[in-house]
Design a protein around this ligand. Structure first.
Ligand SMILES: [Mg+2]
Length: 436
């Protein structure tokens, strides 16, 4: 079967079997800033990455000026001045909290949602009766009313088609943030114009390969023989082709996916040449990863620490060193993890070298419930568990880093965050004040 025939398998109306919605927050980080600062509406706004390095979010107005994702901030300073672009340092604490509020609002409609990323969630609408288009409009309206965040709701028979539908909402304001894409003739019209590079699951390298066969739209892809797609992309390509034809092949996962590895790394504003400072940074990254590990109820079996020099320096050879430690018994204790990480930091450090970037990666991750204790497990796990639990609770209720592991130091290295907005929703001192 090819495009035309495949798509005929999609039922013309109703919602008798599978149906998914994708709720995608529009320009999410920018929308979070606007929710507390309405003067930013209709103005060009950008949000910068860690250390104010490069652009990670843009308002439509900033996109129209020509600001690209990933543009280094120092290269666009002139444009920022000329076009009066409003600049913000990434306020991840605010964005994570706003994301949780959007998800909580969506759950009020349908409890089963799959959180796909900080600004996207899939919703299983299978078997639900009624007007899907109005349901989507209502979800978008309530999300905006409850959280201040504009959300696009794309609804269709598969997750891949729902993603395409959500992109249409952003292109066509007339849709009122909700697009129900179900009639085969409509899907055909959309796919014939939809660039293959924007289809979920199609990477940059695949786009280049497909281009050689003149496959540039989603419809070209769907019309290509299955064997050819399988040869070019393997089973994942076939899956995407099926999804585009309305056959669901990507499962709905209603629990937060556990990560298979957890990585925390940063570039430093100034190169680090001091062993103590480097190990404090490594300990801090380890403590951050350990908190994520405990949150998802997992244990880490292996930890890797790396540090590298500045790739862009022409007067020095680029160096990248790493070291790995395997735990006898997997752990989620910040104390054990930081001890190992600091030891590894010492082994990668070489005196006289300036380090520009460093990080920590946890791998060999397993569920806590299936722990196989080692005969030689030294530390008293029960005590560690209680201590970590108390630490996580204190940090959660008091905000930020109320309790630290000693090896994290006292934060001697300041990150550049010159344009940070207040933590409106997570810090009592930053709560917005209403002036009457
Ligand atoms: Mg988005």
């Amino acid at each position: 079967m090819q495009g035309q025939d495949l798509i005929r398998t999609i039922p013309c109306s109703g919602n008798d079997s599978t149906c998914y919605a994708l709720a995608d927050c529009n320009n999410f980080f920018v929308s979070c800033e606007r929710a507390f600062n309405p003067a930013l509406e209709k103005k060009p706004v950008i949000v910068l990455s860690n250390n104010d390095g490069c652009v990670i979010a843009r308002s439509n107005e900033a996109k129209a000026i020509g600001i690209k994702m990933g543009d280094p901030f120092f290269k666009i300073r002139e444009a920022v001045r000329k076009y009066k672009i409003h600049v913000f340092s990434g306020n991840m604490q605010l964005y994570a909290d706003m994301s949780a509020r959007v998800h909580a609002t969506l759950r009020e409609f349908i409890p089963e949602i799959e959180i796909y990323s900080i600004d996207e969630a899939f919703i299983d609408l299978g078997g639900i009766q009624g007007d899907m288009k109005s349901l989507g409009e209502k979800m978008a309206y309530i999300c905006r009313r409850n959280t201040g965040i504009p959300v696009s709701i794309g609804i269709s028979k598969t997750k891949t088609l729902a993603k395409i539908a959500s992109k249409l909402c952003k292109q066509y304001p007339k849709l009122h943030n909700s697009c129900y894409m179900h009639r085969p003739e409509d899907i055909e019209t959309v796919l014939k114009k939809f660039p293959i590079k924007d289809v979920w699951g199609i990477g940059r390298r695949t786009v280049a390969k497909l281009d050689l066969y003149n496959i540039t739209t989603a419809w070209d892809f769907l019309s290509a023989p299955e064997d050819m797609i399988r040869g070019l992309m393997g089973i994942n390509g076939v899956r995407t082709r099926n999804e585009l034809s309305g056959i669901p092949c990507i499962a709905f996962e209603d629990s937060i996916k556990s990560r298979q590895s957890i990585m925390t790394s940063r570039s430093f504003t100034k190169e680090i040449t001091d062993m103590e400072l480097l190990s404090e940074q490594i300990a801090e990254f380890t403590a951050m990863s350990a908190e994520k590990l405990r949150k998802q109820g997992s244990l880490c079996g292996e930890i890797m620490v790396f540090a590298c020099t500045n790739r862009f320096r022409t007067d020095e050879t680029y160096r990248n060193s790493s070291a790995v430690f395997k735990f006898e018994t997997p752990t989620d204790s910040s104390i054990e993890l930081c001890t190992a990480a600091v030891r590894l930091a010492h082994s990668v450090f070489s005196p006289g070298t300036g380090y520009k970037r460093a990080g920590v990666c946890f791998s060999d991750i397993s569920g806590k419930e299936i722990l196989q204790p080692s005969l030689f497990a030294a530390p008293d796990r029960f005590k560690h568990d209680k201590l970590m639990d108390a630490m996580d609770r204190l940090n959660k209720s008091m905000g930020g880093k109320a309790v630290l592991i000693a090896s994290e130091g006292s934060g001697k290295i300041a990150n550049t965050k010159d344009h940070m907005s207040p933590h409106y929703t997570t810090d009592w001192n930053d709560i917005p004040v209403a002036h009457v």
